[in-house]
Design a protein around this ligand. Structure first.
Ligand code: NAX
Ligand code: K
Length: 574
């Protein structure tokens, strides 16, 4: 489990460590410099390889010490070291606080390793000791006020690496001038430059992101890599800010395993902290967490104890969604999958998946809505072939409107696509709504919020939480980074390649989640936080299945379903 710490939690963790004399900034700066050196060396090695595989050692070997060819010994290849980075140019963008301090100390390490380093001070103030150290080792210092924005952009363009140390977790809101203007110009220049842009490293966070909510309130320079200190920050894992952070690398500076735990004044740790049981944290599941959650059958299990999934999906116009949702459910290991829908669609489902039972009966979880047209009460609309009636019936059982004598007890549900427009009652958290941004905006507008798709994409965490509070349901907001918001922690998963954005992929996800909810149905009804964890697990498995099916290229939705068994086996370590 990866857990992200809010800026307040970071501050609280730092206080006792600083009081105990732990050199946090020195650790942060050293870790940052090591990452920069590694990346600069790697990029130089790649450039040499692209230039024909002739490296410096071989060129040197072609001339002897007397200047005659062929008399010098050929040097063995070396690991990335001093010579690989010497002469590289780095520009530091330095703000007034400790984030700038980290950057100046890291810059001093880079100078000592032979880089030519220029620090551009964006404010009149800079971290005094850091600046003194940087000057002492021979770093060059310039100020934004003297150089002006266009000259700084040119200096950055000509560098091998740029470090964004304008602000870190101490900042609030959009970047203010003059840093804001500089970053806007750099972001524009980066967008225009394509590949011809220096490797961009964000120090702790890309300056200007919403540290705690992942928003992008103003200009931000997209990073290739973010080197973050002590713990992940929510803005590094939540969209849209996660999209500008690049690869996120954590430098251990000695924080405790969980926020609020006793500080560790001894050496660094090398593992992610465990999740804090307190509600409302931002977490990301990893394979080991999913293995723990997975309903693995035991020798005494049979198809009914393992969980029956009822799928109401598809119409004559959209029969594929029924095939995809049932395939997702079957291949995730449901004890049984029942299909409810028009006969013509049921026939197609059976042709694709003969395991499916095309008949009603008791289920342990529902999958409602894939491939079912949205309900428009003002219009007869496309014929839903009885699917709306079936969905209303199932939802009545989920919400408890129908007596349990009739339904046989409340069970969890996945509410997708057309079924999202059929919600009439407050839902339990074991109902998981699976909208994309446009569908969530539509749902929220129906609840009286003035919001469109772009607004949801700008603040997905906020709107997912709002929808959870308004409906009672757990919200799985689909996207390149998927956000799951329920009564407890928030989960943010980024497991799938961009190729996954293809028709039908969401239907498969609904099926996967249906099987997980059916497998732990009674527990999900009892424990109001379990559905969100299972939803995040389904997203992880779906994303990994898409990665496997894609193998770096395009992927068709049914192939994602087909890849699920192997992904589950891998996750369970078999
Ligand atoms: N406290 C510590 O000892 C440690 C702090 N660390 C670093 O320190 C950072 C936090 O440092 P600080 O608390 O000094 O704060 P920051 O360096 O994040 O920024 C605060 C400064 O930015 C200005 N500012 C705030 N909002 C702004 C905005 N919207 N636009 C422009 N300027 C703005 C403020 O006036 C203030 O001077 C972390 O992100 C991390 O990089 C690390 O070195 C680890 C140890
Ligand atoms: K920064």
């Amino acid at each position: 489990m990866k857990d992200a710490w809010s800026s307040d939690e970071v501050r609280k963790a730092e206080e006792p460590l600083i009081a105990a004399g732990v050199p946090l900034m020195a650790r942060a700066a050293y870790g940052l410099a090591q990452v920069v050196l590694r990346e600069v060396a790697a990029r130089r090695a790649r450039t040499r390889a692209r230039a024909g595989g002739v490296d410096g050692a071989r060129l040197r070997g072609s001339l002897g010490s007397d200047g005659l060819p062929g008399t010098a010994r050929r040097r063995p290849p070396r690991a990335a070291g001093r010579g690989d980075v010497r002469g590289a140019r780095a520009v530091l963008l330095v703000g007034p606080g400790n984030n700038g301090g980290d950057t100046l100390y890291a810059g001093a390490h880079l100078v000592q390793r032979g880089l030519t380093v220029t620090a551009v001070l964006a404010s009149a103030r800079a971290h005094e000791a850091g600046l003194a150290r940087f000057r002492e080792v021979g770093g060059q210092v310039a100020s934004l006020a003297d150089l002006r924005v266009p000259a700084v952009v040119e200096a950055v363009r000509g560098a091998d690496v740029v470090l964004d140390g304008l602000v870190g977790v101490g900042a609030r809101g959009a970047l203010r001038p003059p840093a804001g203007g500089l970053v806007r110009a750099l972001a524009d220049a980066r967008a225009a430059a394509g590949d011809q842009w220096p490797y961009t490293v964000a120090v702790d966070i890309p300056s200007g992101i919403g540290v705690d909510d992942g928003a992008l309130p103003g200009p931000v320079l997209r990073a290739d890599r973010t080197v973050t200190f002590g713990a992940l920050k929510p803005g590094l894992v939540l969209p849209p800010a996660a999209g500008v952070a690049g690869a996120v690398e954590l430098v251990d500076i000695g924080f405790p395993a969980t926020p609020g735990a006793a500080p560790r004044t001894a050496g660094p740790r090398h593992a992610w902290g465990a999740a804090d049981p307190a509600a409302g944290r931002v977490l990301r599941l990893e394979a080991a967490d999913v293995a723990e959650l997975w309903p693995v059958p035991g020798p005494g299990d049979h198809k009914y104890t393992r969980g029956v999934v009822g799928v109401v999906a598809g119409t004559g116009t959209y029969p594929g969604a029924a095939v995809l949702a049932t395939s997702g459910a079957v291949l995730t290991g449901a004890g049984m999958v029942r299909y409810l829908g028009p006969e013509s669609v049921g026939t197609r489902v059976l042709l694709a998946r003969p395991e499916v039972v095309v008949a009603g009966g008791r289920v342990q979880a529902w999958v409602l809505g894939p491939g079912v047209p949205v309900l428009d009460p003002d219009d007869d609309g496309p014929d839903d072939e009885g699917q709306a009636r079936r969905i209303f019936g199932a939802l009545a059982a989920v919400t408890g409107v129908l007596s349990e004598d009739v339904t046989g007890g409340r069970v969890p549900a996945v509410v997708d696509a057309g079924a999202l427009t059929m919600l009439e009652h407050r839902l339990p958290a074991f109902a998981v709504l699976t909208p994309h941004a446009g569908e969530l905006a539509e749902l929220l507008r129906g609840l009286g919020h003035d919001v469109d798709r772009a607004a949801v994409e700008a603040r997905p965490l906020h709107w997912a939480r709002t929808a959870h509070q308004a409906t009672g349901a757990t919200i799985l907001l689909k996207g390149a980074v998927t956000v799951v918001a329920g009564p407890g922690d928030v989960y943010t998963q980024a497991d799938a390649p961009a190729w996954t954005g293809t028709a039908g992929a969401g239907d498969v996800l609904a099926g996967i989640l249906g099987t997980l909810l059916a497998g732990r149905s009674a527990e999900a009804v009892r424990d109001e936080t379990l559905a969100a964890r299972l939803a995040a697990a389904a997203v992880l498995v779906h994303g990994r299945a898409a990665t496997r099916a894609s193998a770096g290229g395009p992927v068709a939705a049914l192939e994602i379903a087909r890849a699920v068994p192997a992904v589950v086996a891998e996750i369970l370590g078999r």
